[in-house]
Design a protein around this ligand. Structure first.
Ligand code: 6GU
Length: 225
């Protein structure tokens, strides 16, 4: 998969996408992430990419022209499966959407700042609008990093243990069950006996029960969906 990101603060995306699983996905050749500085397509020598909003009011709006030029130039090399605008008024990101996106070949992400991007770019170029939750970030970059991470780790072949991503919280609308590692008795805190029984079928049942119970307690809304 190839992910291209348009940003006015590309530095924000350097660190989060170059470690751990993201690093492994890139090294395995399963994922490339290219960050493009929007100022490359600025409307003048001062690097202007934003302007005051029509109708008045505080806050700048990212202009059509730099964004259109950036999108068109990047589209020349490859057709994007989706052009995604990260915005707090987008559709809230869910595991299911990430699963679907992990099967795509080429994605373009647009990170907004200030009041956001000119509505006409949203109408004529953007194919998906995604929010990562009900709170406001100062820009789309951290949201883009979240999206790339959650997609990247489930690209087929990225995780060594193929089943690992499938047993995550949310993968089947359930939170994950509790997990334990050695020692079995830590200062008198013992792990559940069932996990030492060696009965894999019983352990699987126990885990499912725990997952269900945890979901009922903490996220009953997931069970209604
Ligand atoms: Cl995608 N962008 C911004 N700026 N804030 C957000 C968001 C996105 N998702 C939640 N809050």
């Amino acid at each position: 998969m190839h992910i291209h990101i348009i940003s006015i603060v590309p530095e924000l995306l350097d660190s989060p996408l170059n470690h751990s699983i993201m690093k492994r996905a890139k090294e395995k050749g399963l994922l490339t992430v290219t960050v493009h500085h929007l100022r490359k397509w600025a409307v003048n020598e001062y690097g202007q990419v934003d302007d005051y909003q029509y109708g008045g009011g505080a806050g700048m709006v990212m202009m059509c022209e730099p964004l259109e030029k950036a999108i068109n130039e990047l589209q020349q090399e490859k057709k994007f499966d989706e052009i995604i605008y990260l915005t707090p008024d987008g559709v809230t990101l869910k595991q299911q959407t990430a699963n679907r996106l992990s099967l795509k070949e080429n994605l373009l992400l647009i990170c907004g700042h200030y009041k956001g991007i000119d509505e006409r770019i949203r109408q004529h170029y953007v194919t998906m609008e995604i929010s990562i939750g009900d709170y406001v970030l100062s820009g789309g970059e951290l949201a883009a990093a979240v999206l790339v991470d959650t997609i990247g780790r489930i690209i087929p072949g990225v995780l060594n243990d193929e089943t690992s991503a499938l047993t995550d919280s949310f993968q089947d609308q359930l939170l994950a069950p509790p997990v334990y590692t050695r020692p079995a008795d830590y200062n008198g805190w013992k792990i559940p006996d069932i996990l030492l029984s060696g009965d894999l079928k019983k352990i699987e049942e126990w885990r499912h029960e725990q997952a269900l119970q945890r979901t009922k307690e903490r996220r009953p809304d997931l069970l209604d969906e």
